[in-house]
Write a protein of this length. Structure first.
Length: 244
């Protein structure tokens, strides 16, 4: 199975969907897609319609509180949305996580760690602890967790590198690409902050890679502007078949 996760850089506001965004998704031919930092706007209905023509007739999206981002999950298999508890940590958390379960029994959890402002920095480790506890029970099932965690392997405890390691220590398999980065900060600092984790059911032979190909295919895509994806796609391949 091929799963793609991508931060669309909507930054909590309604943005027009660039045609090349859809083209870039189609070029990878994924079976499932997790879109983070997405916000429903005037393009939402036509965006869904085009994705439907690509075979993604099963789409779920988190609710959108005012001035917050959303997570969208698209699958070609039928899926149902699984309710998650409200952590009551910060208004940004509920809309930045979404779980679905396909008719074949695969759990997909899409997640984006909110980019907390300095005054709310204490919410980040709390959100991490909540996430680790929420997904812990899913280890016993075929499960993939994908998205933008705003944390890189090797980060200090202050940046929650220890929390990322805690998820791994709990038994989740980190599908880390061999090289590359998923986001570039101003000044040229490269960060691998978008991740895919799988339960043991999906780990054997599983791989992941970053793709910036969309920037090569469209001049506009290489410009660092709000509303255009500023993260790499992370594409994961793992063993899964219908009825498994």
């Amino acid at each position: 199975m091929n799963l793609l996760t991508w931060n669309l850089n909507h930054r909590a506001a309604r943005r027009r969907i660039k045609p090349w965004v859809i083209e870039a998704i189609a070029a990878e031919s994924p079976d499932a897609v997790v879109l983070t930092e997405y916000v429903q706007g005037i393009d939402d209905a036509p965006f869904r319609a085009i994705l439907g023509r690509l075979g993604f007739n099963n789409i779920s999206i988190s609710e959108r509180p005012r001035r917050q981002n959303q997570v969208m999950i698209l699958t070609k298999s039928i899926h149902e949305r699984i309710p998650l508890p409200d952590p009551a940590i910060h208004a940004a958390v509920p809309s930045n996580i979404l779980q679905v379960r396909t008719s074949e029994g695969l759990n997909i959890v899409g997640f984006r760690m909110p980019a907390y402002e300095r005054k709310n920095a204490h919410c980040k480790p709390t959100t991490w602890d909540w996430l680790i506890d929420v997904v812990d029970k899913l280890k016993a099932e075929p499960t993939v967790i994908a998205g933008d965690f705003n944390t890189a392997v090797g980060d200090s405890d202050a940046y929650c590198g220890n929390k990322l390691q805690a998820l791994i220590d709990r038994g989740w398999n980190h599908l880390a690409p061999d090289s590359g980065h998923s986001w570039r900060r101003a000044g040229g600092v490269e960060r691998a902050i978008d991740h895919v984790f799988v339960s043991n059911h999906l780990a054997k032979g599983a791989t992941a890679r970053y793709s910036w190909d969309f920037q090569n295919d469209n001049a506009e895509a290489s410009k660092a502007v709000v509303g255009s994806p500023d993260h790499a796609m992370v594409i994961a391949d793992f063993p899964w078949r219908e009825g498994q």
